[in-house]
Design a protein around this ligand. Structure first.
Ligand code: MRU
Length: 337
């Protein structure tokens, strides 16, 4: 999608430099910083530190990183680099899907760069198709759509998952109005989703996460859509912490609650939500916040009592019964029941 009117992908292979290129999401929206590296360890660290985040972007970026790692030799690739990438983040299954894909390509001695680039391209096509299936479901009421975290092009190479439907709606002249949950503690909504939507000229309003249920009660929300990090075989869905609370409130108010996710987010090996690993992250994400001062310098500030311990589960699981529909690249995805 666009930055200042120019098309970009969140992650890509720089053909001229023969290495991955990515936008550093930790710096957004304050700085637009593009990074490149020909070191697979730098790529793995960029996933761990969330310079690249969001399930489909993580998967595609790991594929590009593994294409680099292939240069280290076949034994190192299998014994060191595949496990190294698989350890970067635990919840988004797209990472493991991409690693499995690259492992298979390595065993077949395929052109690893071509395979990784094709993997990223396929993700983009999936997102675009998903958005086309999603848009008519979001064309309800006054098109006031609530979303959580960032499920746009930053999170999914291009287009996005949940935001793909909103972008398609906008291009159809439907003028959606988006309630953007700020998404504590890392503020992916405030920092990334709001920035993406503004770049695309989508009417949006940022709100504290705790405002969501009240906006539903006030009749101000026509539909809710989020992405997903892993969907179990029975349809239970892991996504950013706070998604489950939204689904509960949506059910109480009779508001449609959609999950948008490509098939690379489905995990047939997880029978239900109880088997999805939930990432527990650093306490400092809860006790501190980061922002920009008037001179443009970024600062990390403590916002909690000194010495207080913090609980920081990064994801929660929404039971399938609370989900109106899971929309993938082929239309509605139905679980095994
Ligand atoms: O911890 P993050 O920022 O990687 O979590 C991302 C999410 O939870 C997104 O909602 C999800 O990956 C959606 S995919 C476009």
């Amino acid at each position: 999608m666009n930055i200042n009117g120019q098309h970009h992908r969140a992650v890509m292979w720089n053909v001229a430099h023969r290495c991955p290129r990515w936008i550093n999401q930790r710096e957004l929206p304050f700085n637009i910083q593009w990074r490149e590296s020909d070191d697979p360890e730098v790529v793995a660290l960029a996933i761990e530190s969330m310079e690249v985040r969001g399930a489909p972007s993580i998967g595609a970026f790991a594929a590009l990183g593994l294409a680099l790692a292939w240069r280290k030799g076949e034994d190192a690739f299998h014994q060191y680099w595949l496990p190294r990438f698989r350890r970067t983040r635990p919840t988004a299954v797209n990472l493991f899907h991409a690693c499995d894909n690259m492992e298979q390509a390595a065993r077949n001695h395929e052109d690893m760069v071509a395979v990784a680039m094709a993997y990223a391209d396929a993700e983009v096509q999936r997102n675009q198709a998903m958005g086309e299936h999603l848009a008519p479901r979001l064309a309800v009421g006054e098109r006031r759509i609530l979303t959580h975290c960032n499920a746009g092009w930053l999170a999914a190479v291009d287009w996005g998952t949940a935001l793909s439907g909103i972008y398609q709606l906008q291009r159809q002249g439907e003028t959606p109005k988006v309630w953007v949950d700020e998404t504590r503690p890392r503020l992916q909504g405030a920092r990334l989703t709001a920035w993406e939507l503004l770049q695309e000229g989508v009417d949006c309003r940022l709100q504290a996460d705790v405002a969501a249920a009240w906006m539903m009660a006030c009749g101000q929300v026509d539909a809710i859509v989020t992405g997903a990090d892993r969907i179990a075989a029975n349809g239970d869905t892991a996504n950013k912490i706070g998604t489950y609370a939204l689904a509960l409130a949506a059910k109480a108010h009779g508001i449609p609650f959609y999950i948008a996710a490509p098939r690379s987010t489905m995990d047939a090996h997880c029978p239900d939500g109880r088997s999805i690993p939930i990432e527990q992250r650093d306490e400092q994400e809860v006790t501190h916040a980061q922002g920009l001062d008037a001179l443009g310098a970024t600062h990390t500030l403590r916002i909690a009592s000194l010495g207080v311990a913090a609980n920081n589960p990064a994801f929660d699981v929404t039971p399938y019964d609370y989900i109106t529909a899971i929309v993938c690249e082929d239309g509605e995805w139905l679980p095994e029941r």
